[in-house]
Design a protein around this ligand. Structure first.
Ligand code: URA
Length: 283
């Protein structure tokens, strides 16, 4: 069923249609996890001669203490540095393969599959969430659960849809057990994948959905309330911070603020396109 624009805007600003998914208990999770998750052989590394991330020493066993830099100068942990080195200048197919085969942190142990991302590989918009939940883990696509329905409506309210000038990714590519928040080490380990995705996608605007995405991309741990409403920068790409859709499902008044954030992102994108066009005409 497709919603009218008014219904979508109402959905963004008012209606509590969906309820937040229930965190799954650890035992259920263990029962549904791929039985061969730990024994699965790693594919051979491909392309650039880079080593597969699954082959890294200590892969899957990372117990580095959480490193939470306020601003990120270099790799936060040795595992992050190793993942980054293994990835090198990977192109899309190789990046996808490396993500699928990754065993660099404990999250690989209970996933059904890694969820790299979905959408247009030449996007204007890049939305970044936290990590896959149960449905995403099962289907291999980000934001297909209840939070995803709200994200789709947020996109529709902007006249966007997933896959058309929009790419959707997560801070971590494997489902944290019980839908817990990924810890700082897990996010650091997965960060090279996200950074490589951004480098390949070259989006015109990045929207960070929630604290984990902010932590991964901006290396900030301040409150969302203090970070939203401004345009930040990631390597020359404008970045707007807003609330995670799952949070918005529980905190309806903040939907209006999220809508303001999305409008800020759209304004920023339009201004950028106008100034690029002007430059093109002048030179
Ligand atoms: N929440 C996220 O942050 N990402 C998903 O893919 C699904 C739910």
């Amino acid at each position: 069923m497709s919603l009218s624009r008014e219904q979508m805007l109402q959905e963004m600003g008012i209606g509590p249609i969906w309820v937040l998914r229930q965190p799954q208990r650890e035992e259920e999770l263990a029962a549904t996890a791929a039985p061969d998750a730990l024994a699965r052989p790693e594919p051979e590394s491909v392309g650039t001669g880079a080593r597969a991330v699954g082959d890294l020493p200590g892969a899957g066993l990372s117990d580095q203490p959480p490193a939470v830099p306020a601003s990120k100068p270099a790799a936060a942990t040795p595992v992050e540095a190793a993942v980054s080195a293994a990835l090198g200048g990977a192109g899309w197919p190789e990046l996808q393969q490396q993500i699928a085969a990754c065993r660099a942190c404990v999250l690989c142990q209970q996933r059904q599959q890694a969820v790299a991302g979905v959408g247009d590989l030449n996007p204007d918009w890049l939305f970044i969430g936290e990590g896959p939940g149960a449905e995403e883990d099962a289907r291999g696509e980000p934001f297909v659960g209840q939070a995803g329905k709200l994200l789709d409506n947020m996109l529709a309210a902007l006249d966007l849809k997933r896959g058309e000038k929009v790419y959707i990714a997560n801070a971590v590519k494997c489902r944290p057990p019980g839908n817990r928040t990924p810890d700082a080490t897990e996010m650091a380990t997965c960060r090279p994948f996200l950074e490589r995705q951004i480098a390949l996608l070259k989006p015109k605007i990045i929207v960070l959905l929630g604290k984990a995405a902010v932590h991964s991309v901006l290396h900030e741990d301040k409150s969302l309330a203090s970070l939203r409403g401004q345009v930040r920068d990631y390597q020359g790409i404008p970045v707007v911070v807003t609330y995670h859709p799952a949070y918005l499902l529980r905190n309806l008044p903040d939907k209006a603020k999220a809508w303001e954030d999305l409008l800020l992102a759209r304004r920023t994108l339009r201004q950028q396109s106008q100034s690029e066009e002007l430059t093109r005409l002048m030179f």
